[in-house]
Write a protein that binds this ligand. Structure first.
Ligand code: EPU
Length: 469
């Protein structure tokens, strides 16, 4: 239909139309499924790391996971809205918010890390089973719901698989304060007409039971004294939060905590402390890549157990009021470490430290004293060339010259962090599966690492890929 004089123009127009149609079809087929999955940690998604880059720059540490997951259930006490700042955007927090929302609370996300919660309209005493089962900290709803409604029904908790994780010390506290309970079909059903203050001695130091005892006692009648209590920074943070609502809690951060029950707790505004485990993870990532990184928005005091151990292996750390500078070195020394309750070396940093020690000179010994089974990541580090043998709760690490990239799997949250550190420090490509564990507790980890110069991407499975499986 083209006249001979206009042939060239016609062909150009046809070409432009064909090209536009091709671009549209290509976008629909290839790009849309990826957009659809952005931001969701699905089971098949992976991190791909091309290691060997020195981390450089500044990383801002988010709010503490283990403080936030105690403070969120505690908003159930407030006779008025609570506004929380510096809440980390992580999956465990999302689960807590879903639980509160499904039980009738008004949850307003004001911005990425600021949340307003009004629990006035909660009426239900049953915490949604599947949500509660998917995380450890759901057991804090037992004490808060019991206190407010005289009854709570919550599934037995889930969380990282670190071996046997009994809740006998939690139940002992509830009973001592006057509650009775049954455990049937996976659900703890706890009831009390009223809770009465008492003296409780923990048979072992436990973070979770200390927090549950504080939550149960803060509106009980009279004085409760907790002995052999855990002293972690997140316990102090929870006590500060409750005191800002009108509670009367003294001694948090020591092993004796005194709680005088009050009748009413009001709404409040509160800022969650920075996450010392997230900070420690970036400190080790900086050290392992021989980088130079400012760890910003932290409380240096909370990091002392980590800082002093890293200095012992040869990492240079400059301490300032609200930040640390970590300067990595070419070689590190062997060490011996045993995980202990705060202020000892934290179990939640054990896998990350082990990853660093695989590259240190000589033989290091790491003893895990908190959990029965926290060395499941060792097999994965071995795939990368690490020389580690495990005997019960002790790992013996012979330092090697270098690791090599490999396909590996994260078996839990901190195991995943250790594999990321190992992957960043090797010269090859490391693919980490099961990254949903990592996203339970680290906010925007791959983005923060990319900002420090790491070559890490999250590969998301598209719908097409899922159907093909
Ligand atoms: N334990 C009992 N009986 C109990 C409670 C605990 O025997 O009733 C034992 C545990 O089995 C474990 C030890 O006491 O051997 C310590 O457990 P703890 O209660 O202190 O741990 P948790 O409350 O279950 C919290 C953190 C963990 C962290 C530990 C230790 C939360 C939600 N979880 O767990 O965090 O490892 O304290 O500091 O706060 C993580 O963040 O990766 C993580 C696992």
């Amino acid at each position: 239909m083209c006249e001979s004089t206009n042939d060239v123009i016609c062909y150009v127009i046809y070409f432009v139309i064909y090209f536009a149609v091709f671009v549209i079809l290509y976008s629909v087929n290839i790009f849309l499924p990826q957009k659809y999955h952005r931001g969701q940690a699905l089971e098949l998604d992976k991190f791909i790391i091309n290691g060997g880059k020195r981390l450089q720059g500044t990383v801002n540490i988010s709010g503490a996971k283990n403080a936030a997951v105690a403070i969120l259930p505690a908003t159930i006490f407030a006779e008025g809205p609570c506004t929380l700042y510096n809440v980390p955007e992580i999956n465990d927090v999302s689960i807590d918010l879903k639980i509160l929302n499904e039980m009738g609370a008004e949850v307003k996300i004001i911005n990425k890390n600021t949340i307003r919660i009004d629990t006035a309209h909660i009426r239900d005493t049953v915490v949604p089973y599947e949500l509660a089962r998917s995380m450890r900290a759901s057991y804090y709803f037992l004490s808060t719901m019991l206190n407010r409604f005289g009854r709570a029904r919550v599934s037995m908790p889930g969380g990282c698989d670190l071996g046997d994780r009994p809740i006998d010390q939690h139940l002992k506290c509830f009973k001592a304060l006057g509650a009775s309970y049954t455990i049937e079909h996976g659900i703890v059903d706890i009831q009390a007409e009223k809770l009465i203050g008492t003296q409780i001695y923990f048979d072992r130091v436990t973070v979770g039971a200390t927090i549950n005892a504080i939550l149960a006692a803060c509106k009980a009648e009279g004085l409760t004294i907790l002995e052999n209590a855990a002293k972690e920074p997140h316990i102090v943070d929870l006590a500060n939060f409750l005191n800002s609502m009108g509670a009367d809690i003294m001694g948090a951060g020591t092993d004796v905590i005194k709680i005088r029950g009050v009748k009413h707790l009001h709404g409040t505004e509160y800022t969650v402390i920075p996450d010392q485990i997230e900070a420690g993870t970036y400190m080790i990532a900086a050290a392992a890549t021989r980088g130079n990184v400012i760890i910003n928005n932290i409380i240096p005091k909370h990091l002392e157990p980590i800082t002093s151990k890293l200095r012992k292996v040869g990492v240079v750390i400059e301490e300032h009021d609200e930040y640390l500078r970590v300067i990595g070195q070419e070689t590190y020394e062997k060490t011996t470490v045993k995980t202990m309750p705060h202020p000892g070396f934290p179990t939640d940093m054990q896998p990350q430290l082990t990853a660093l020690l695989t590259m240190a000179k000589g033989t290091s010994i790491v003893t895990e004293s908190m959990f029965d089974n926290r060395f499941r990541y060792v097999d994965e580090l071995r795939r990368m060339g690490a020389d580690i043998s495990v005997d019960g709760k002790v790992a013996i690490i012979e330092g090697v010259d270098h690791l090599t990239g490999a396909p590996v799997k994260a078996s839990d949250l901190r195991a995943g962090a250790a594999l990321i550190i190992a992957g960043l420090a090797t010269n090859g490509t490391t693919e980490i599966e099961d990254i949903y564990h990592i996203e339970r507790g680290y906010e925007d980890m791959e983005v923060k690492l990319r900002n420090l110069g790491a070559d890490i991407v999250k590969r998301m499975f598209t719908d097409g890929m899922r159907k093909a499986l």
